[in-house]
Design a binder for this molecule. Structure first.
Ligand SMILES: *Cc1c(COP(=O)(O)O)cnc(C)c1O
Length: 220
């Protein structure tokens, strides 16, 4: 696992260089979903601090103990968030990457205030307009981002997408980058184990890499 981490970080640096980005422009979010603490701890010990989880309940079971030992861990929620889990989620996660509908945005705004605990949020865009997939449709993204920022006061620092699995992701990466640029959003979360180098070429600032760091997920 530790050698995987080193390998990925080297590939990220090479991709940064190749695409004319500055060294360190791109942040690795190590996706530790499904993996147990014994698998995650060596990666923490090797220096990785930014992790992604896709389920609130799973993160609540795994991370508090690890956070006690590594108090500078930064956790990103990268899976769908139900409004009834918002209160729990905002105490566990530093960044919510999957804000994709007004109802959720309103719940976050309200509960941030109630709890006096604020997270950065990314707007998830369904670049492939897939029916079953989460995310705001691309043509509604500008309006939704404006709602989040101007009306609800959310700190929208990023956008994220999960391109359709069976397509070349290039056009999806370009689309997400264009939405970020015209909304003055700096963080672009795109690219996974199979395509993070391509995502960096197209402007990713954050890549979410699971399998290439931790190996195959158990049970998958
Ligand atoms: C699981 C997951 C990843 C990581 O996928 P890998 O192919 O294992 O790198 C990235 N983003 C999201 C939203 C995920 O759910």
């Amino acid at each position: 696992m530790t050698s995987n981490l080193k390998n990925i970080n080297e590939k990220i640096r090479t991709a940064e260089e190749k695409s004319g980005r500055n060294e360190g422009d791109v942040t690795l979010v190590a996706v530790s979903k499904v993996h147990v603490a014994e698998t995650i701890r060596p990666v923490l010990e090797a220096g990785q601090r930014i992790f992604g989880e896709n389920r609130v309940q799973e993160a609540a079971e795994k991370w508090p103990a690890m956070k006690e030992d590594f108090d500078d861990v930064v956790l990103h929620l990268i899976g769908p968030l139900q409004t009834n889990k918002v209160r729990q989620a905002i105490h566990l996660f530093d960044v919510i990457e999957t804000v994709d509908r007004p109802k959720l945005a309103r719940a976050l705004a309200r509960i941030f205030k109630e709890e006096n605990k604020y997270c950065d949020v990314y707007v998830q865009v369904n670049t492939g307009m897939e029916n079953q997939k989460a995310g705001i449709n691309p043509e509604d993204a500008d309006e939704f981002i404006a709602l989040c920022r101007d009306e609800l006061g959310l700190n929208v620092t990023g956008v994220m997408c999960i391109p359709p699995f069976d397509e070349d992701p290039t056009d999806h990466f370009k689309l997400l980058k264009s939405i970020a640029d015209r909304n003055n959003i700096e963080i672009i979360s795109m690219g996974m184990s199979g395509d993070f180098e391509k995502a960096i070429e197209h402007g990713a600032t954050h890549v979410r890499v699971g399998t290439a760091v931790f190996g195959k997920r158990p049970g998958y």
